[in-house]
Design a protein around this ligand. Sequence first.
Ligand code: 0L1
Ligand code: MG
Length: 256
Amino acid sequence: MSSLDTFAATLDDAALTASATPQITATYPDLSVDEAYEVQLKLLQLRWARGECRVGYKMGLTSRAKMIQVGVSEIIWGRLTDAMRQEEGGVLKRSRFVHPRVEPEIAYIIGKPLAGNVSAAEALAAIEAIAPAMEIIDSRYQNFKFALPDVIADNSSSSGFYVGSWAPKSTDVTNLGIIMEVNGRPVQIGSSAAILGNPIRSLVSAARLVAGVGESLQPGDIVLAGAATAAHALTPGEYIRTSFQRLGHVAFSVGA
Ligand code: 0L1
Ligand code: MG
């Protein structure tokens, strides 16, 4: 077993047991970004071997608020599986996670294959529909602290996601007001324009970045464009509701 396999197995175990693990770079400071994406793939292969299916990609750190919150200033990406999708309006069990946070996102569903260096117009043409969404992020590292290769290896912290009702692809989402409320109190207010100035740029980046490892966005794939605001740490008893101008809302409750 290579060290990269060992890192993937450790991260997988941390997620399965909801227990934090030390950063990989604490003992292996030379882990490169390319190696980190290899670890991420190996981590996902363990999940696919247990029967989970790939359903798309998440883009991360696509807004300044997020980059500042975690002290990393590169766009990163991860992979989504069917087991990560949560029931909209349902109860999320807090104990399944290490230290989960939630953040508002825009979701795209892909209608035509997309990969490589594409223009915003080509990315728009490949979309089938757009939806309001939220992502559950849960770093498997102690104290939610990591360097860039650590977070990439950890599937870019992705742990779950909610997708609301799909809207026509013609819906203009370039500058939508977004309010995330906890028990009726606004905790994050932002605009979809915070996602790289226009969320379509996140899809353009997704097409380029996944092509770099020989993958492509396929019809039916869901792509989370990245958070428009900083994330909120989840506590049992909270009711989280995020409203998106023109797109509607997404909500869930946090259980113990
Ligand atoms: O925007 C994101 O989804 C970032 C994920 C990685 C950093 C974090 O855990 O907040
Ligand atoms: Mg996110």
